[in-house]
Design a protein around this ligand. Structure first.
Ligand SMILES: C[S@@+](CC[C@H](N)C(=O)[O-])C[C@H]1O[C@@H](n2cnc3c(N)ncnc32)[C@H](O)[C@@H]1O
Length: 275
């Protein structure tokens, strides 16, 4: 490897800054430059020390995000300048995050790297909405699918294998093609009465949760005027949402105090001395 800069591809988790890994926080504190995506929350950006350059590659230019090829070029050219780069991505970089493509671009230029996993949105939304991804007697399998293909290619998935009533189905980026996905699942044999949930802005203080059925999911999302980022969870496990909830109902009542906002993770926590 040449003596160039170093890139840490880091998962920022789903939104709540305290869901970042200790390693991710340390790397942000030691970075020369942070290149971040649209889904990285303001609380997480607050961890970056003043003076560290920040480059947003998720800002919409017209209606388009910065194209992936251009993001790759930005990271490569920053790394070639010999600096420590943190490439910060929402959730986990290798879960529908195109993290692999960025590493391939670094490899082409013989730039050294490391990859730091993050809590993926499915996991965060599951915990913060009271919906376990698996539960004995309800779900034997979890499937993570994308509801959106690159370049708006048609959503050409094997619906027969996906429509399994004994599994949990998690749909990332599911909003734009939701009517097609619902129709295809029902057509492939999944009952319209299958429990379904949509979680918007999961793990943050603006989280919204809709609990309904597959057949009514699209209307429920429209009625609530939900907007991306939204996670769709379909399966029997959704029936546990109220029993296992610890976050949403307190949030709706406005009485939650779990420190999800305004934490200064750059400072050590001082504990009261006890005798
Ligand atoms: C391009 S994918 C990136 C996923 C990310 N790499 C991860 O591991 O979570 C973006 C999609 O993730 C989901 N997502 C990410 N953060 C979310 C959040 N806080 N609440 C709900 N869904 C979220 C949404 O489906 C969104 O459209």
């Amino acid at each position: 490897m040449n003596n160039k800069g170093f890139v840490s591809l880091v998962g920022a988790g789903p939104g709540d800054a305290e869901l970042m890994t200790v390693k991710a926080v340390r790397l942000l504190q030691q970075a020369d430059v942070v290149v971040y995506d649209r889904l990285v929350s303001a609380d997480i950006l607050n961890i970056i020390p003043t003076g560290v350059s920040r480059i947003s590659v998720g800002k919409e230019v017209g209606n388009h995000c910065v194209p992936q090829e251009q993001i790759n070029e930005i990271i490569v050219s920053l790394a070639k300048s010999g600096r420590k780069i943190v490439r910060l991505k929402g959730g986990d970089p290798y879960m529908f995050g195109r993290g692999g493509e960025e590493i391939q671009a670094l490899n082409k230029h013989q730039i050294q790297f490391e990859v730091v996993p993050g809590i993926t949105a499915a996991s965060g939304c599951s915990s913060y909405s009271g919906i376990p991804l698996t539960h004995r007697g309800m779900s034997r399998r979890v499937q993570f699918i994308t509801g959106h293909f690159n370049d708006n290619d048609p959503l050409d998935l094997n619906w027969k294998s996906i429509a399994d009533p004994d599994s949990t189905l998690v749909i990332y980026m599911g909003l734009s093609n939701l009517p097609l996905a619902v129709h295809s699942l029902i057509d492939a044999g999944l009952p319209a009465s299958t429990p379904a949930a949509a979680i918007q802005d999961g793990t943050t203080s603006s989280q919204q949760r809709v609990i309904t059925t597959l057949g009514l999911l699209n209307d429920a999302i429209h009625q609530r005027k939900m907007k991306a980022p939204v996670m769709i969870i379909i399966g029997e496990v959704v029936t546990l949402a109220d029993e296992l909830d610890w976050f949403q109902q307190s949030l709706d009542r406005g009485d939650i105090n779990n420190g999800i906002e305004g934490n200064d993770l750059s400072q050590p926590v001082k504990r009261e001395q006890t005798k």
